[in-house]
Ligand binder design. Sequence first.
Ligand code: S3P
Length: 167
Amino acid sequence: MENIYLVGFMGSGKSTVGKLLATKLSLTFIDVDKLIEKKENRSIKEIFEKEGESYFRNLEKIEINNLSKSKGYVVSTGGGLGADLDNMKVMRETGNVIWLDVTLNTILERCKNDENRPLLKLPPADLKKLYENRKKIYSLANIRINADRKNPNQIVEEIINKLRGRK
Ligand code: S3P
């Protein structure tokens, strides 16, 4: 079984959906953000503050390249990982990439009290630009799911149906 990679903006539900999907398909779930935090022994917030964003982006690249060498994982990626062309290429070559497409309004609503995502602190116009730019890369995923106002179980069902349709 090839890997299944979940991409999408912050707060699109990748980790929640990924865990459920992995359970349903009896695959192993991996959250790249958690993997990085464990290896670095500090939070993403701290990594951003102490080392800067490009250091973190490099760690993401290393991890996704490592994971791409294994099979049978459901991988939840950070919002920036799936918005990088090289990462997208690696994921597409080694599995199915699923984009959880959620509107910016829903994301802002879901993440309004979130202190742990450094990029949510961007001024609103910059965040909107980031969202629009990232969508261009997310849209290279194999499967797009409109994940707005749907519960995680519905989304998982939709993903499984679409994956079956691709076989
Ligand atoms: C980021 C999203 C976060 C995390 C980091 C950077 C981004 O993950 O990787 O804060 O660039 O969008 P989530 O998408 O799980 O919030």
